[in-house]
Design a protein around this ligand. Structure first.
Ligand SMILES: NC(=O)c1ccc[n+]([C@@H]2O[C@H](COP(=O)([O-])OP(=O)(O)OC[C@H]3O[C@@H](n4cnc5c(N)ncnc54)[C@H](O)[C@@H]3O)[C@@H](O)[C@H]2O)c1
Length: 382
């Protein structure tokens, strides 16, 4: 069996690649990346809090594990993707490659177009390469996002919703109500993957990834660490708050902070992709809300304030700042996740992941301190 992981140099992709290598011994595992994430973070003037190996060093490390290949290539090249699929004949593709930042996609027309072109053409190239190479029984596992649902005032289902209208009734994909050009790129991906499933029978697992939180996994730590970003554009809210707390900077809650947001720990995120790769006889379009549930931003700030005190004895202030995002600031998010729970069992607690973050970045104060001007927007949007 062959498993291709796209985005294998990324925050999630690297630990997924390492866990696959640990889990599957007779299978070939192929990691693919164009290292764009490294360039984007450099472009917005920041760095990963913890050092990560260079592409060449990572390649050597994984190739030493045996039966793991690390290929550099850009998924927007149809030629490259066709070659990849023809050469490696994947049974499973775990598609994680994307420009994943909402604020980055909102900077300008160029960034919005780049994000959608990069993300959507990459996915289309993979889908069409499977079709053109007659490999439509491969299991296509893709990272989309819980952000595609928007913030409706009812419990968010796992992908599909029953609709009754004028006496008729049907189960249809949940409407896409995303709040950024990045999130819309994932809605477009979902439409195209759903079409590929309906028209060609491609088995798809559509994993709606929540806000991934965590600094390490069993395999991705020490010199094998995954990246940890804390800037306005690429640092997720949990990571930004932890970095702020660590250097005694106030935790900056956008607006009222009464909006619920869905979270998942890095460990459960990685585990669910690997569990999906093990699954046999997948033939549907299955959706997984990859989340342990929603937490309000003010509650998250409080959890992080307490963890900073418990883990490293720091007293931290919580400060509300004007919201740079257009979003509901009060929203009771209820999100169903039965399919995801069946896959991973009891999810790891968010507090556990936050404790691990503090222990991991504790000695990175100096680097975070010197990039603290990146916590808030730089005015690139003007
Ligand atoms: N981290 C989160 O909180 C989160 C939340 C929701 C969804 N997701 C989704 O999960 C996936 C992984 O996210 P992540 O946080 O690891 O992001 P990441 O940026 O760290 O990883 C994505 C990787 O894809 C690579 N890539 C991008 N475009 C490429 C291309 N055209 N060709 C080859 N490689 C390319 C990048 O270089 C990067 O290494 C993404 O699809 C993202 O949208 C992540």
């Amino acid at each position: 069996m062959t498993i291709i992981v796209t985005g294998a140099d990324g925050y999630v992709g690297w630990p997924v690649l390492l866990r696959l290598a640990e889990t599957f011994h007779d299978e070939r595992i192929v990691g693919v990346d164009n290292f764009a994430r490294r360039r984007w973070v450099e472009e917005i003037g920041c760095v990963s809090a913890n050092p990560i190996l260079s592409p060449a060093e990572r390649r050597k490390k994984v190739e030493d594990l045996g039966k793991v290949s690390f290929v550099e290539g850009d998924l927007i090249s149809k030629e490259f993707v066709n070659m990849l699929v023809r050469v490696y004949q994947p049974d499973v593709i775990i598609h994680l490659a994307a420009q994943p930042s909402a604020p980055y996609s909102q900077i300008s027309w160029e960034k919005a177009v780049y994000t959608q072109y990069n993300n959507n053409v990459s996915t289309l190239n993979l889908l069409w390469a499977l079709k053109e190479n007659k490999m439509l029984d491969a299991h296509f596992i893709a990272a989309t996002t819980t952000g595609v649902y928007g913030a409706p005032e009812y419990p968010i289902p796992e992908g599909f919703i029953e609709v009754e209208y004028k006496g008729g009734k049907d189960i249809v994909p949940h409407p896409h109500m995303a709040g950024s050009f990045y999130h819309m790129s994932k809605c477009n991906d979902i439409n195209n993957m759903y079409l590929a499933h309906k028209q060609w029978g491609l088995p798809v697992s559509d994993v709606r990834v929540a806000i991934v939180t965590g600094a390490t996994t069993e395999e991705a730590k020490g010199d094998m660490a995954t990246r940890f970003d804390f800037d306005f554009y690429f640092g997720v809210v949990t990571h930004r708050f932890c970095a702020q707390a660590l250097i005694g900077y106030p935790i900056t809650v956008y607006g009222k902070g009464l909006q619920g947001k869905p979270f998942v720990t890095l460990e459960d995120c990685v585990k669910s992709f690997v569990e999906l790769a093990k699954k046999k006889d997948v033939d549907g379009y299955d959706v997984y809300n990859q989340t342990l549930g929603a937490v309000k931003i003010v509650e998250l700030a409080e959890i992080i304030r307490e963890a900073a005190e418990e883990e490293i004895g720091l007293e931290v202030e919580i400060k509300h700042v004007p919201n740079p995002r257009v979003e509901k600031e009060e929203h009771e998010m209820v999100i169903e996740n039965d399919n995801f729970i069946k896959l991973v069992g009891k999810p790891m607690d968010l507090k556990e992941a936050i404790g691990d973050i503090f222990r991991t970045i504790e000695d990175r104060k100096k680097i975070i301190e010197s990039y603290k001007d990146r916590f808030l927007p730089r005015g690139l949007e003007k």
